[in-house]
Design a protein around this ligand. Structure first.
Ligand code: FE2
Length: 186
């Protein structure tokens, strides 16, 4: 692992175990994405990668493409999303009604940080016709947490596992119409 990533892991662990972890993690991510070129150089990965995980945090390199949307899901812990290349479209979603409702389609561009609370439900795709690369920090050991996916149409919850995740990814052309129109305007 590169020195840059080793240093990032050390800094993320310090932030996650500090007195005010949420604020410290956000400040760390904000500082990192203010120099996007350094991050772009440091990450020569070409797929989503878990860089580090313990009981206090999970640190991920992420990338989203314009043609595939990750399915609606929750995290059960605070999630911090920082983008250093391209832009993400985050569909912020409301469950519990007759259909899955888009509360907001939020663009997160390079240099920006978005935080979601433990109950926040989102689906994500690249906002533009280019890959969106970023760093995500979750305030818990994500791989050990039982989480839910939510049906694109009804919002009904079901178990998040690899098979369900893969089966519920959607190409941009197969998104429900309300998602397509929100994406076009984001
Ligand atoms: Fe997420």
């Amino acid at each position: 692992m590169s020195d840059f990533i080793e240093t990032l892991i050390t800094q993320a662990k310090e932030a996650a175990t500090s007195e005010k972890p949420t604020q410290a993690i956000r400040a760390l991510l904000q500082k990192l994405v203010s120099e996007p070129a350094a991050l772009a150089d440091a990450f020569d990965l070409d797929e989503e990668t878990m860089l580090y995980e313990d009981e206090n945090l999970s640190l991920w390199y992420t990338q989203f493409t314009p043609d595939t949307a990750v399915p609606p899901h929750e995290h059960k812990v605070n999630a911090h999303i920082a983008v250093f290349e391209g832009a993400q479209c985050n569909f912020l979603l409301k469950t519990g009604g007759d259909q899955l409702e888009i509360a907001k389609a939020k663009r997160v561009s390079a240099g920006e940080v978005l935080s979601l609370g433990p109950d926040g439900v989102h689906a994500v795709i690249a906002a533009d016709d280019a890959i969106a690369r970023g760093i995500h920090i979750y305030q818990g050991e994500l791989s050990t947490i039982q989480r839910s996916l939510f049906d694109w149409e009804t919002g009904d919850a079901f178990a998040l596992n690899e098979a369900n995740y893969d089966a519920n990814e959607r190409t941009s052309t197969d998104l429900p119409d309300r998602f397509k129109s929100a994406l076009a305007k984001v």
